[in-house]
Write a protein that binds this ligand. Structure first.
Ligand code: ADP
Ligand code: MG
Length: 465
């Protein structure tokens, strides 16, 4: 199914990214170039305007010094005639438009227009294909006037500079395009490589090969985050698979033992002719084994319901002291058989909203263990204590105890400290796990602590509301 997936060239992730980066970089370069071009144009014009203004000032000073318009103009003309980059042309007129002096052919640059106020204009000489910038200024000197001075210069040099820069911009476009393309390809390589890695590794992962992990890319980016998340997910899947495998192995192991025992009993019974009492004993033994089997299958079913969150909690307001009393009465004769001192140390009257049947099962599992793992002439103590928000239920014994290293595992399914410790009454190691699940579905918890002298105390905490 996966191998049939053909990715169209333009749908490819890296191609899309490259195209995106290329156009983004190209656009940015164009915007920046336009911005610098207009700045350059603006600055060049400002420079020309400054020159024209300075020259007009010079001209007026010259006229003032000579106290004569034409004389001043001639002298000024002598000063400016050598200008190469920005050749200056000028004309001086009376305020009503009579020309007093003008540079050669000034009228071809600008016809006799007077605005009568300081301003700049641009004209184009189409014949010579030249652009001119013109500055006009009104002035008086030594109580004479008003006069009008018009200064002009062609913008050939600045136009050339602008033209060159425009040419540079256009010739840079293919270079920028190529560079952007390379950059885009380089940038999109890393995510593409990682995606290919992810695809390659995930294709290799099957239920038989869950140990495979993605190599961690360097850096601290989202790709590393994604890789870590996928690896974390694979860790979880692997441990879930391991749990399921272990569970299946444990279940088959635990089922095989009682079934083999039943088979053995029957085989011995039928190996030769026996009397009725022998057969009856065999049937009793078989029945006991089958009871164990049924209990285990029921426990497994309950655990699977907890796993699938399909447990049906029938909550009702229950007097826990009464429940404890009921269990005490049930286990008292069994404890007495072993001459165990079985006492309720403290029993507060506490009402809580619980599933009666499940709490009975929890208490029964704990007391069954206590009696099972407490040798003769020892003691078991029960207590029910009400706290402000929760109720605490303790089952403490002075029995064989649990080694420190095993405490953290005893609530795992099928876990047994050492099966030989249970003697004939060997269980399947499901009891404490069920206790834990029952406490948890009630919003509570269960913990085991080693007693300072001997034995162990199981503490169940259930919320009161
Ligand atoms: N009161 C106790 N004293 C000592 N060991 C205990 C006690 N309760 C439980 N254990 C240990 O914890 C293990 C798990 O208990 P449990 O889940 O009830 O399984 P099972 O009773 O079927 O063996 C037991 O095998 C036993 O070794
Ligand atoms: Mg048990």
């Amino acid at each position: 199914m996966l191998s049939k997936l053909r990715v169209n060239f333009f749908s490819r992730f890296d191609v899309k990214l490259t195209i995106f980066y290329t156009f983004a970089l190209l656009l940015i370069s164009l915007i920046l170039s336009s911005f610098f071009y207009y700045r350059l144009q603006h600055n060049l014009l400002k420079q020309i305007d400054r020159i024209l203004k300075d020259e007009a000032k010079e001209l007026i000073l010259e006229i003032e010094e000579d106290n004569h318009v034409v004389k001043g103009c001639k002298e000024f003309f002598g000063d400016i005639s050598y200008r190469v980059f920005y050749p200056v042309f000028f004309r001086v007129m009376t305020h009503d438009g009579v020309t007093l002096w003008e540079s050669e052919n000034f009228s071809t640059i600008l016809s006799k227009g007077i605005k009568g106020r300081e301003h700049f204009t641009v004209t184009v000489d189409h014949r010579k294909k030249k652009r001119y910038r013109i500055y006009e200024k009104r002035f008086t000197f030594n109580d004479q006037g008003p006069f009008v001075a018009q200064m002009a210069t062609n913008t050939k040099r600045s136009d050339k500079i602008l033209e060159n820069s425009l040419l540079n911009i256009f010739s840079a476009i293919p270079v920028v395009f190529l560079l952007s393309l390379c950059f885009g390809m380089y940038i999109s390589q890393k995510p593409r490589k990682t995606l290919r890695n992810i695809t390659a590794v995930t294709k290799k992962i099957t239920s038989q090969n869950l140990a495979e992990r993605l190599p961690l890319p360097p850096g601290q980016d989202e790709i590393r985050d994604l890789t870590l998340t996928i690896n974390f997910m694979l860790d979880n899947i692997e441990s879930s698979f391991d749990e399921v495998r272990q569970f299946t192995a444990d279940v088959s192991h635990e089922l095989r033992n009682p079934l083999s025992a039943v088979k053995g009993e029957i085989e011995v019974a039928v190996s030769r002719k026996r009397d009725a009492a022998d057969y009856l004993e065999t049937l009793h033994n078989c029945l006991e084994r089958i009871d164990d089997l049924i209990k285990m299958v029921n426990d497994l079913f309950l655990i699977s319901c907890f796993d699938a969150k399909k447990y049906d909690l029938k909550l009702s307001r229950i007097n826990l002291a009464e429940l404890l009393g009921e269990m005490y009465d049930f286990f008292l004769p069994i404890a007495q058989e072993k001459n165990i001192q079985f006492v309720i140390e403290r029993c507060d009257t506490v009402f809580a909203s619980v599933d009666r049947h499940k709490i009975l099962q929890l208490l029964s599992n704990l007391m069954d263990n206590a009696v099972k793992f407490t040798p003769e002439n020892q003691s078991i103590t029960l207590s029910l204590i009400e706290h402000s928000h929760e109720v605490e239920l303790d089952v403490s014994d002075s029995g064989i105890g649990i080694p420190e290293g095993n405490l953290e595992n005893i609530f795992k399914r099928f876990y047994q400290v050492d099966p030989s410790r249970s003697g004939d009454e060997r269980g399947a190691g499901l009891g404490l796990h069920i206790c834990k699940r029952i406490a948890e579905v009630h919003g509570g918890s269960i913990a085991a602590t080693r007693n300072t002298t001997k034995g162990v105390t199981f503490t169940v905490r259930l919320p009161l509301n």
